[in-house]
Design a protein around this ligand. Sequence first.
Ligand code: ADP
Ligand code: ADP
Ligand code: ZN
Length: 217
Amino acid sequence: MNIILFGPPGAGKGTQAKALEEEMGMVQIATGDMLRAAVKAGTPLGLQAKQMMADGKLVPDGLMIDLIANRIREPDCARGFILDGFPRTIPQAEALTQMLTMENKPLCAVIELKVDENLLIERVSGRFSCAHCGTGYHKKFRQPKVEGVCDKCGHTEFACRADDNPESMKTRLAAYRDQSAPVLPYYMEKGLYCSVDGMAAAESVSKQIRDVLANRA
Ligand code: ADP
Ligand code: ADP
Ligand code: ZN
């Protein structure tokens, strides 16, 4: 089963993708994580993307499409994948349709996580993650069980994202409204669109997603 988790920054895409990965054995494909790894490694892609990401702007479609085209051909994607953060523009969505048709890997659902803007800002401003394994946390909503120790891997170093600041968040929300939200009608026309209440507790959002998938499988 191949799905897209769709929503603005802070909607809970990464949190839900990781839960699905654990519960259902699918693979999370998070373009933001892939880009941050490229920036860290100093690859040509990372060098091109770094400033745009810091400013909260979208990375050009051509670079993103190449990145995904290579990723979905990797063998682990045969288990089913969860796209988290792609597509974010109509040209990306159109390119994805083409590549999935060629690879014979149809989409099962595009699930929008609906969250009000005020809560998105609160989510993003409290977000941090384990520097070792990437598990996501939140200052108010999801603290590690033992303070300062990652639940998953036991490491004690955490990191905040450089772009999770109010200035960049403003640009990212505008980019979502102007460039990403128009992707939803594209998938409505294809009969793939579903939505869940992303304001609910994480476990409840997971349950809603499982119900959607059970209905569509
Ligand atoms: P996205 O990948 O869409 O940007 P994340 O999954 O990183 O969003 O979530 C943003 C922040 O909000 C994280 O700190 C995460 O722990 C927290 N979070 C995610 N889902 C929920 C939820 N349903 N309720 C409360 N906090 C959540
Ligand atoms: P969030 O968790 O806030 O939704 P991501 O981690 O998915 O953010 O993405 C971080 C940044 O990486 C984006 O602000 C953008 O600069 C870049 N990026 C990620 N995915 C894409 C994409 N599909 N198209 C263009 N830029 C992207
Ligand atoms: Zn960890």
